[in-house]
Design a protein around this ligand. Structure first.
Ligand code: DLL
Length: 437
């Protein structure tokens, strides 16, 4: 790794593994005690399992502790999992989710410092510095994306352009006029920005922007290629969730081979989602995270529902903190079509292997003759749209084959006209579920 880049990064990313494990254990013991003493929910769960904070003597003792889930945040809405008095809470965020009440998360001043620190470390690892101008086009507000990235950029000392989402033409104008070098937004929104720039005669590749920090939704390697080629940038995958802190739980370094988890603050485990059994490093399963240094709302063994694996082998960049692989799917995103398990992310990966196809698509689920059925609408680019019918049929056949080779099912593909699939400013909505319940 370039030593100039390394020097900007926090030394914590490179500490000896033994030191890291010592820090993790000390922090784990302290946070478990804090949660037990101050949150009735955790105390009761631990009492039910007959485990006390003092039983955590080694890092593997974490396995004795109970899991927590999103439903626990809903059941204790809004502040039931708070472990400090409200006078210590300086910020609230919330995530709406698809059903029922939002989940609320709280931060002390020190928690915000931790958040800014991990974001800063992530941005520095992506090669950004105080010399850069960074536009934040994640939503500001209850969603953690905007303010999380904002505080990290400020901690880095960069010049922040807090654009938030929306007003796409103005976003492009700001990028051009301010000479923005770094952009933080969802990958689907950046694709939209590239398209809109082109419509106003601006080639994003000619702007100074060179780094994109993209996350908050699953995205494939094919999408990465479209974003990097379309804007002449280097794209970094960033992962996080409101319940744990927001963006900045993990992020890629310049090696782009998995996302480094800021393990000194978030302890990762992978479990079998069906049995809850802890799986060895390298095996795919559900990511479980424990916050080691967040005091307003500590989360112990939180089941994220995100499927990935831990990559324990050392990264070429020299960081000692371990990596997780790209989030391949969420366990609750899966649908079953004709007996086959299908994840939306598999469809995107397959689709984008076909040359000339853009990442604007919509998966439509319906019920036909009492069975679940799937149709994939794919938007054509203006160039493809003007092609002969024969060529369109050819493209359709290629997509059918590409999808079949990944999911093992022949599905209906409909090619739709350019600009007919709704664009999203935040997380893209890829699935329209019209199944009869
Ligand atoms: O999406 C926090 C965030 C903001 C992350 C900006 C990265 C950038 P939530 O709204 O609570 O928080 O949604 C969290 O989004 O459990 C994953 O399912 C998904 N997700 C987040 N980042 C990624 C990613 C924010 N890089 C949920 N790849 C998580 C795939 C992601 N899925």
């Amino acid at each position: 790794m370039d030593s100039a880049v390394k020097n900007q990064c926090c030394a914590a990313d490179f500490m000896p593994v033994e030191t890291l494990r010592d820090i993790q254990l000390t922090r784990l013991q302290k946070i478990v005690r804090h949660a037990y003493d101050n949150v009735e929910f955790f105390r009761k769960r631990m009492d039910d399992m007959q485990v006390k904070p003092d039983d955590v003597k080694t890092l593997t003792d974490i396995q004795k502790l109970p899991f927590s889930k999103k439903v626990d945040l809903r059941d204790t809405y809004p502040f039931g999992l708070c472990a400090v008095p409200m006078s210590e809470v300086v910020r609230l965020h919330a995530s709406s989710g698809t059903t029922g009440k939002p989940i609320v998360v709280a931060y002390t001043k020190e928690d915000l410092d931790v958040w800014a620190e991990v974001m800063k470390r992530g941005l520095a690892g992506a090669g950004l510095s105080k010399n850069d101008i960074i536009q934040i086009a994640y939503g500001y507000g209850l969603f953690t994306g905007g303010l999380g990235a904002h505080c990290g950029c400020e901690a880095l000392g960069a010049t922040v352009v807090p654009a938030s989402v929306g007003n796409t033409q103005r976003q492009v104008m700001l990028m051009r006029d301010f000479g923005v070098n770094g952009i933080c937004c969802t990958p689907s929104y950046f694709l939209h920005l590239i398209e809109q720039a082109a419509l106003s005669g601006i080639d994003m590749r000619e702007l100074p922007v060179r780094v994109g920090i993209f996350g908050a939704e699953p995205w494939s390697q094919g999408m990465r290629e479209q974003l990097e080629k379309g804007a002449g940038i280097e794209a970094f995958d960033i992962y996080g969730l409101s319940e744990i802190i927001g963006p900045g739980v993990a992020i890629e370094c310049t090696e782009h081979s998995g996302m480094h988890v800021f393990e000194d603050h978030f302890y990762p485990e992978i479990i079998d989602p069906d049995t809850g059994e802890v799986l060895p490093d390298g095996e795919m399963g559900e990511l479980v995270l424990t916050t080691l240094s967040k005091y307003a709302m500590p989360m112990i063994r939180y089941r994220t529902r995100d499927l990935t694996r831990i990559i324990a082998e050392p990264c070429k960049c020299g960081r000692t903190i371990r990596r997780i692989d790209r989030i391949s799917a969420r366990s609750d995103d899966m649908f079953i079509i004709r007996g086959v398990n299908v994840f939306p992310s598999q469809i995107e990966s397959a689709l984008l292997t076909v040359p000339g196809v853009s990442a604007n698509y919509l998966i439509i689920l319906t019920t036909e003759n009492g069975m679940d059925n799937i149709e994939l609408n794919v938007e054509m680019s203006p160039e493809v749209f003007s092609d002969q019918v024969k060529e369109l049929e050819n493209l359709q056949r290629k997509i059918v084959r590409a999808v079949e080779s990944v999911i093992g099912l022949r599905i209906r593909i409909k090619l739709v006209a350019p600009q007919t699939i709704a664009r999203s400013e935040g997380k893209a909505k890829r699935v329209l579920d019209q199944r009869q319940k």
